[in-house]
Design a protein around this ligand. Structure first.
Ligand SMILES: [Zn+2]
Ligand SMILES: [Zn+2]
Length: 256
């Protein structure tokens, strides 16, 4: 029963994001209509209902909060990263390390895992902290010379309407940070920072190291579980169902 409910929840969440990201609501068809209802008509109806029930001030406050979370630079997703990265490592150290070494893992895995995790934190910190290369009045001349204009995507005499400076080749204005950024790649909500000329290498190292630590942690985690299952001789152990009184012999499916 529980697994059917979980599957249903996952299905609804995946469908919701599929509609939100992949469907173009300008097209005809039932999925486009569903997206239009979800993203246009429903928010209007909720806002109108909210105004009637809670008043205009309350709705304005909710608008400001949504605007801050979705469209302004803020540290909320950074806090989610801290919770996952530090919480995950805490669980690993306090619940996983005591089972290493075991039949499958040598004790040096504790050192390797810790070093990679610390490298992850360091690259993350640097990617957040290093300025991506803001286009500023003081450094503008030098920044204009850095990359050649290709006269296709990047043309000379193209001023940023907000910064009021001529845009250097390969730069772009970030609406979240409200500044033009050299060699702009994207604004990363995980970093609460743009990825650009000066922090690009830290961003790539951050991605690569997190790929390594998640893969490595997954494999080590499996061997820790396997060690526990072997130690406690769980495969083949007999359990009594307290409700039915039935005696069951554990297999892999039972344990997982
Ligand atoms: Zn700008
Ligand atoms: Zn930005």
């Amino acid at each position: 029963m529980f697994s059917i409910v979980s599957f249903g929840i996952v299905l609804v969440v995946v469908s919701f994001f599929y509609l939100l990201v992949c469907i173009d609501d300008r097209n005809a068809g039932c999925l486009s209509t569903l997206k239009k209802i979800m993203t246009t008509h429903l928010p209007i109806a909720i806002r109108a209902g909210g105004k009637r029930i809670c008043g205009e001030r309350a709705v304005g406050l909710v608008d400001r909060i949504i605007n801050y979370i979705c469209f302004e630079a803020n540290p909320i997703v950074q806090l989610i990263y801290f919770a996952c990265a530090f919480g995950g490592f805490y669980i690993y150290v306090f619940y996983g390390f005591k089972h290493v070494p075991n039949e499958y893992l040598d004790s040096y895995h504790k050192v390797i895992g810790t070093i990679i995790m610390l490298a992850c934190y360091y690259c993350y910190f640097m990617a957040c902290w290093v300025s991506p290369g803001h286009v500023l009045k003081d450094t503008h001349k030098e920044q204009m010379r850095r990359f050649k204009f290709d006269n296709i995507l990047f043309n000379k005499k193209n001023n940023c309407k907000t910064c009021e400076l001529e845009k250097p080749a390969r730069s772009k204005h970030c609406s979240m940070c409200n500044v033009c950024v050299e060699k702009f790649d994207h604004h990363c909500i995980w970093l609460n920072n743009c990825v650009g000329l000066h922090n690009y290498k830290w961003f790539l190292a951050f991605i690569l190291l997190h790929f390594i630590i998640t893969t490595y942690g997954f494999v080590v985690g499996i061997y820790i579980f396997k060690g526990i299952i072997d130690d406690k001789k769980l495969i083949g152990a007999q359990f009594r169902n307290n409700v039915t009184g039935e005696i069951m012999t554990a297999d892999w499916h039972f344990i997982l």
